[in-house]
Design a protein around this ligand. Sequence first.
Ligand SMILES: [Zn+2]
Length: 106
Amino acid sequence: MAEIGVSIQHDANHGAYSRNTVLEYMLGTTLDIIGASSFMWKQQHVVGHHTYTNVDGLDPDIRVKDADVRTTSALASISGVVCCLVNLLSVLWVALGVLTAQAEST
Ligand SMILES: [Zn+2]
């Protein structure tokens, strides 16, 4: 459930879902519903992370002291697979919306 909120809010807060700003705002606030701040996320992720993506010392998403972040646990691997599936479902959801809109306009 949290991954759905995180995935949806990520794309919505990037402005990637729709040209409808009200819809994007509503989807972006799914992060607020699960207990975080969409406003702070935009500052940290959109401004900080995407300006300095993976630049050590500047990217606020890099907060590990251990430089070798390649080591992973089984839980982290499963989490990655689940995250990919959720992202795939998000893409399919948007594609279904586009196809539905096209079908309604014809
Ligand atoms: Zn992003």
